[in-house]
Design a protein around this ligand. Structure first.
Ligand code: GBH
Length: 504
């Protein structure tokens, strides 16, 4: 019954009963003296605050929300082509319209403002800017991002664009895509162009989102065993390359990142900051004692050998090259220098531990501990619950590479959201997830790990790649038939945290 439902989905009778019980067990005098006795030390529930100036943001990506896939001179991307291929996306969904954000960006910026967000991470669609990947820019494409940046600034929200969130111009795919070194060059030219045009208002650029997801996911894919069956996970362009060719794709991707960093420095205003947004593979020490912590740290360095480690160290690890053997990427010393171009910050997407680790007497010095069968997870099977990832992942970035600015560029979960009788969405699982993860992030900042901001994935429900519109990752519920946006309970949680700069 709708009128029987009050806030937080409790029935009116439940909330009255709860209030009565609380009053009977905890007389006011007890509550008062307890609070004052604790006031000089860390009281239960003491504000778990973040450093001053901490950015509270939400994240999205172009293909997942914009729609307008063929408007205003936009070129086709590999995701347009892939989603238009029958059988590739669940329920035959495509992001041709998606959240219609291209036309509704003002409404979406207003939503963010209501959430108390001070930063927004979005991605720029490369084929909107360069429909053919290179050559003649499309003025209308640039104009969209320019208007978006203005709208954000006017709302007091700092724009943090990502230059590549997987939507490669199809025209470049036709010439070999990331298998070709020319794509790295083309990416840098596009990155430099964007810095030139936007760096009067945009002070932070992320180069590439999640190297492994589009290199390995798009050029090899994976077969995973789920509930007795096998499902194939892949991303555009949906290729199955031999190991040596895949390693070359990975190399071109990190090279493209490095070349883009240099192009942004050359063509952006002085002071423009740049870094990657990488899904860091990381081990969490199963037991947090010095030997296991050291082992987890070493495992984390090796787990990122092809991506973050070479970007931050300018060298592929010996173990990576040894294991790849004949299939190792072909590269020059000059490539390594470009790949390791100095960065201003490191952005990491953090969802769950890649694995737990324990120290071992045997090489390589750690043991991977798989998730227990009964380890709890979120709505998506792959998303095991591991809040202390938000402690250890940034901590290891700092301890391994001495990074002095870290952003959490994504963190969040899908939820089987339903509109309640009162028209609201009570996503208690997402609120639980947020509180648990951000408690660990706050712990990292209190330890001196230089985390400068947090971007929740995602601002609003959107096109979740191969899963289509079925997996809702937003703090804002979207009815894809009407485009109506409804902030969920998690959005209220986010606002409470952002406005207090503390875990809520
Ligand atoms: C991010 O990827 C993406 O950047 C974003 O676009 C996406 O919408 C969001 O997460 C939510 O998924 O092989 O079983 O682990 C997160 C990292 C890596 C998670 C690939 C899903 C595939 C399933 N993703 N992974 S599994």
């Amino acid at each position: 019954m709708p009128d029987d439902v009050t806030r937080a989905g409790l029935t009116r009778r439940d909330s009255i009963r709860f209030a009565g019980a609380a009053a009977a067990c905890l007389p006011m005098a007890t509550i008062g003296s307890h609070a004052s006795a604790q006031s000089t030390s860390a009281a239960p529930g003491a504000a778990r605050t973040f450093p001053d100036g901490f950015y509270w943001g939400a994240a999205t990506s172009a293909y997942q929300i914009e729609g307008a896939w063929n408007e205003d001179g936009k070129g086709k991307s590999i995701w347009d082509a892939y989603a238009h291929t029958p059988g590739k996306i669940k329920n035959g969904d495509t992001a041709d319209v998606a959240n219609d954000h291209y036309h509704r960006y003002k409404e979406d910026v207003a939503l963010m403002k209501d959430l108390g967000a001070t930063a927004y991470r979005f991605s720029i669609s490369w084929p909107r800017i360069f429909p053919e990947g290179t050559g003649q820019p499309n003025a209308k494409g640039l104009d969209f991002y320019s208007r978006l940046a203005d709208e954000l600034k006017a709302a007091g929200i700092e724009p943090f664009p990502t230059l590549y969130h997987w939507d490669l111009p199809q025209a470049l795919q036709d010439k070999g895509g990331w298998q070709s070194r020319d794509t790295a060059r083309a990416f840098a030219d596009y990155a430099g162009y964007m810095a030139e045009k936007l760096s009067d208002r945009v002070h932070h650029f992320f180069t590439i989102n999640e190297f492994r997801s589009f290199t390995d996911g798009g050029h090899r894919g994976a077969e995973v065993h789920v509930g007795g069956g096998v499902i194939r996970l892949e991303a555009a362009p949906g290729l199955k390359l031999a190991p040596g060719d895949l390693n070359q794709v990975r190399h071109h991707a990190v090279l493209g990142h490095g070349m883009a960093v240099q192009a942004i420095r050359a063509r952006g205003r002085a002071g423009t900051k740049v870094g990657p947004a990488e899904h860091i593979h990381h081990a969490v020490p199963l037991i947090a004692t010095p030997d296991h912590i050291k082992a987890a740290q070493a495992a984390t360095r090796e787990a990122n050998a092809a991506f973050l480690t070479v970007i931050l160290e300018g060298k592929y690890t010996d173990a990576y090259l040894k294991e790849a053997a004949r299939d190792a990427p072909r590269f020059t010393d000059e490539d390594l220098k470009v790949i390791a171009s100095p960065l201003d910050f490191v952005g990491i997407n953090v969802y769950k531990p890649t694995f737990y680790a324990l120290a071992s007497d045997q090489a390589p010095g750690w043991r991977e501990i798989p998730f227990a069968k009964s380890h709890p997870g979120m709505f998506n099977r792959w998303l095991s619950l591991g809040p202390d990832s938000l402690y250890w992942a940034p901590k290891f970035v700092q301890s391994l590479w001495g990074t002095n600015e870290i952003f959490i560029t994504e963190n969040g979960c899908a939820s089987d959201d339903v509109l309640a009788g009162d028209g609201k969405v009570y996503d208690t699982d997402r609120v639980m997830f947020l509180r648990a993860y951000l408690t660990q992030l706050q712990r990292a900042t209190a330890d001196g790990v230089p985390v400068k901001g947090y971007f929740h994935w995602s601002l609003m429900d959107n096109f979740e790649w191969s899963s289509g519109f079925g997996d809702r990752f937003g703090m804002v519920y979207v009815d894809f038939k009407t485009q109506k946006r409804t902030p969920k309970a998690s959005a209220e949680w986010f606002r409470a945290a952002a406005t207090r700069n503390a875990v809520a």
